[in-house]
Design a protein around this ligand. Structure first.
Ligand code: FES
Length: 535
């Protein structure tokens, strides 16, 4: 059983079956289940469990796999084959009790279809169906940035998460809100010793702390702080004098955990107490202390020249600034980039395509800045014809749909995204040798979903004193299944050249295409797609 937000009851990771019906265990009092049958993923009927985990692996419905056991239990309990008139709608409805940051939902819906069909007709699902597990893991590593397992055991939550292997007698350490840890023999005792009040979603508005730099621009953009939203909160454990477990359970957390202090802290506390110590951050801790995507303020002209400022509460090391400048130069050579001080939570250069994706988005949309909605089937930005007034694009400007928007990442991955007028999204990808089409497709869909959320719904409220106010996992704004459009992925079948990361290019290309579909509204997030882009 996984804990992604307890006691918020919002992520669905801790879902169990109580007398066969799904329940979020972190908000279910023990007295309510006295005398009733509680089933976790390991207690599921072996055949059912095998069918679902194989189906998840067969279609790429798990990446880190932290959300998967809860989702499988929910779907087993909520979607009964033959009873629902529209099984797809039933699955989507059931998924509204869950969050998945990695996959973008679509493959989970596909896995549900495969698993329900297999269990109804007693068919065996081959989880890898002739695929090479080593090549699959290699593709996952390229996309996720760290080692990642691929296979049916991942869907059962066995991806090697640090807290799953902590010794039962380990002390538990939780942040005390003053830069230290409250340590006790149980999680409940440690949390009560820390004495923190549970965070809530606030009514504070989102702010855009980085002003648009002075200049005459055809397009401007301001973004806010965005939480990477990984579902497994930072965790580690260590014995005295030992090596701490990495908080990178089964994937890279979109760069959000690369500098996590929990492993170092676990080692230090274990040495201090002379006993194994588990260090556990809660959801609120992650949102308060974990690194965010930096907010930006930027302006660009139609010829691609412009300025992009990004906010950080502290200066960046030269190596990070040099890396960001080089990446921006590769995708948007006409943009100057600089850091401005802002008051707020930490930001990180390691977060997925930080700063360069924003630059790539601006460069990709600049040629469209004065263009009215093209007819479906238009072939690309090219020179803008018929443009008479190159004034800045504003909220309410004409949406641009049906055109392919291409981004080539600094690493060479190429993605072209088209927001279709009927609301679907088409993503074409070229990333060298495919290695494993199931894994690559899964990551492409996940990056597409994340980009749509970035433009449309993601952001956290930060007060003038820099305090984060949105502390629940739902307030991060991850796009739910019911609002995610159908995503069609076309992989470059040639697979020529060495394999490179594809999903960062997908992330930038989709954000650009989605932004055009909102009519280039000058702030993110909060703008509905202009032409029926949700279902
Ligand atoms: Fe769902 Fe990672 S696979 S959160």
């Amino acid at each position: 059983m996984k804990d992604g937000c307890s006691p918020q009851g919002q992520c669905g990771c801790c879902t169990v079956l109580v007398d066969g019906a799904p329940r979020v265990s972190c908000v279910t009092p023990v007295r309510r289940v006295a005398g009733r049958e509680v089933t976790t993923i390991d207690g599921l009927d072996e055949g059912v469990r095998g069918a679902w985990s194989a189906a998840f692996a067969a279609v790429g419905a798990s990446q880190c796999g932290f959300c998967s056991p809860g989702i499988i239990l929910r779907l087993v309990g909520a979607v009964v084959p033959g009873r629902a008139t529209d099984p797809g709608a039933g699955v989507r409805r059931a998924l509204s009790a869950h969050l998945c940051r990695c996959t973008g939902w679509q493959t989970i819906e596909e896995a549900a279809e495969v698993a329900t069909r297999a269990t109804a007709s007693r068919l065996i699902v081959d989880p890898m169906d002739g695929r090479d597990p080593t090549a699959a893991a290699r593709r996952a590593r390229l996309e996720g940035g760290t080692d990642q397992m691929v296979g049916p055991e991942v869907a059962l939550g066995r991806g090697g998460f640090a807290d799953d292997s902590a010794p039962p007698d380990a002390l538990v350490a939780v942040p005390d809100g003053d830069g230290g840890y409250a340590v006790a023999s149980t999680l409940t005792a440690a949390r009560s010793r820390a004495g923190k009040v549970q965070g809530r979603r606030s009514t504070e508005p989102l702010v855009h702390p980085v002003p648009v730099p002075d200049g005459s621009w055809d397009v401007t953009l301001q973004t806010t702080w965005v939480d990477p939203g990984y579902l497994e909160p930072d965790a580690s454990w260590c014995g005295p004098g030992g090596s701490p477990r990495s908080p990178l359970g089964n994937g890279g957390a979109f760069g959000g955990k690369l500098a996590s202090p929990v492993a170092r802290d676990a080692r230090e506390l274990a040495d201090r107490y002379g006993r194994p110590v588990r260090v556990l951050w809660s959801r609120e801790d992650v949102v308060r202390m974990g690194p965010k995507r930096p907010p930006v303020g930027a302006g660009i002209r139609r010829d691609g020249t412009g300025v992009l400022a990004f906010g950080s509460p502290s200066p960046w090391p030269d190596r990070d600034m040099d890396a960001v400048r080089a990446a921006v130069r590769a995708v948007a050579p006409g943009l100057d980039v600089y850091l401005v001080p802002v008051v707020g939570p930490p930001v990180s250069a390691a977060i997925r395509a930080a700063v360069w994706a924003e630059a790539a988005v601006l460069a990709a949309v600049a040629p469209w800045s004065a263009t009215a909605s093209p007819t479906p089937g238009a072939t690309g930005p090219g020179p803008v014809t018929g443009a008479t007034s190159p004034g800045p694009a504003t909220a309410g400007a004409s949406p641009v749909l049906g055109v392919p928007i291409t981004v080539v990442s600094p690493g060479g991955g190429r993605a072209t995204t088209t927001m279709r007028p009927d609301g679907g999204v088409v993503v074409e990808v070229s990333a060298g040798a495919v290695l494993d089409p199931v894994v690559l497709r899964s990551y492409v869909i996940g990056a597409t979903h994340q980009a749509l959320g970035w433009v449309l719904s993601e952001g956290i409220a930060v007060g003038p004193d820099g305090e984060v106010h949105d502390l629940t996992v739902r307030s991060l704004g991850v796009l739910p299944a019911r609002e995610t459009p159908p995503i069609e992925v076309r992989l470059d079948g040639d697979g020529a050249g060495p394999p490179v990361n594809a999903s960062d290019a997908v992330f930038a290309a989709t954000a650009a295409a989605c932004w055009l579909a909102t009519g280039l509204a000058p702030t993110w997030p909060g703008h509905a797609l202009a032409a029926g882009g949700t279902r």
